[in-house]
Design a protein. Sequence first.
Length: 192
Amino acid sequence: MNHYQDITLLPDTEIGLHFVWEKVYRQIHLGLVEMQDDNGNLPIGIALPAYSADKHQLGNKLRLLAETEDLLQRFNAQQWLNRLSDYAHITGIRNVPERIQNHACYYRIQPKSSNARLARRKAKRENTGIEQALAALENTPEQRSDAPYIWVKSQSSGERFRLFIGYVEVSEPVSEGFNAYGLSRQSSVPVF
């Protein structure tokens, strides 16, 4: 990753940071979907410079990273965030500093969630009643995540869900491509 562009979220007294994250990330996601290759991989990843798992916070900055300046120009963050200009400041495209702290992977965490949700899915999948599915899951512990998250609205179902984001540092840079959220367990971004 040699080039980056920062997007700073600007909440105010009436509009909170979580709301701004939801709106900005939705637009970024839609733009990234447009750049996917035939395998669903993207050459643009994200970083969250103020990410804090301990404080359960994403911070107020989203960084887009790519191997070339041309990729970020083609993505055109300004176009995707045009109607949110009061709530997001976008820098120009810059070179990644030569001295970086480390590399990291930002990835999606998908907890199994509540047993009620799992039972609904099980009942539908196995064509059984909800009571029978709940009984089958009675002794299954629920999985939760306390990782930072962004509310996202599914384009296909219209439902809102929490997109939990994890972070892990890696020793060497790896480039396998990113998903439509700019996240990956296999691809890293520079930390600076």
